[in-house]
Design a binder for this molecule. Sequence first.
Ligand SMILES: Cc1cc2nc3c(=O)[nH]c(=O)nc-3n(C[C@H](O)[C@H](O)[C@H](O)COP(=O)(O)O)c2cc1C
Length: 342
Amino acid sequence: MSDASRNTSLGTSDATAEPEGLSSHPSDAALATTIGALKLRNPIMLASGTVGYGPEYEGLIDFESVGAIVTKTITRAPREGNAPPRLAETTGGLLNAIGLENVGLDVFLNEKLPEAAALPTALVASVAGGSPDEFAELALAVGDRNEIDAVEINISCPNIERARRPVWDDPAAVAGIVSAARGATSKTLIVKLSPSTADIASVAESAETAGADALVVANTMPGMRIDIERMRPALGNVTGGLSGSAILPINLANVWKVAGCVSIPVIGSGGIASTGDAIEYLMAGARAFQVGTALFSDPEAAVAIAEGLLRDMETREFETIGEYVGLAREESRVCTEQIPAG
Ligand SMILES: Cc1cc2nc3c(=O)[nH]c(=O)nc-3n(C[C@H](O)[C@H](O)[C@H](O)COP(=O)(O)O)c2cc1C
């Protein structure tokens, strides 16, 4: 039994109903997990930017069957986002360059939050600032609200960062942001990393040392396409973030690397569309995972994954979701190992 399963709050989960067709063992409570102080009824989180602020998807997604939703990233001032086109399909994936369009902090807190908080699942607020102070201000503002269960800081949006060496690739800059946010809230602090780094393990260690409670590994991968009829980049922003199945192997390898180097929980993200995809992330060392792009073609994908996990646990005779965590690793923490190229 792994650490994760020992930490799991099995008896206290509020989700005890079983999907139809499943026997009484394992129960839904077997899916419960914890990320810092955040108690999740199951390890399935809906990724930031793919379900708006939550209520937009009421009636399409059964929120009682997911562990948490993560809001669209909120900035201090409202943002209109990037020029269109903002989406381009690609083989096995989706390029987006939304540019963090959002209503801004005040409208979120006053108008969006009451409805989002009424949804029957945990609520994680995603925020992004332009400086460590602004991250702290945002973390304080959302962390102070009882309706918000955890704060996710987005240091990895590829659509607004223009620097040659973006902050997400700089362990010292990441430490500055994380320690500022850490000082501003006692809520569970989740830091969302970028896959576009020279050394994601160093960035992860830096975030952990600065006080992160958990890491999302990882955001989208920068990319572009060209519209050959218009002879121009397909996206108004030229480049965008690649998501969907195409990035699963990349982010899975990043989870593998990071989970070997940090002690805090890792939350997998990138291309998860099936129960098997989710299990790969868990076996690589993730303790929870986020589903995003898959919801666009199948809003019920997350619920299907929850049901699939229960079936798989029954087949493997697993009692808790924690039994998957790191199963594919021969040793639980091997930080120096290299992933062979070629
Ligand atoms: C249209 C779209 C908008 C997104 N907006 C955000 C965002 O506001 N903040 C954020 O942290 N990630 C954002 N993401 C990234 C997702 O949360 C997720 O990390 C990424 O898409 C990889 O997971 P997936 O392949 O399951 O979609 C967005 C992704 C998409 C496709």
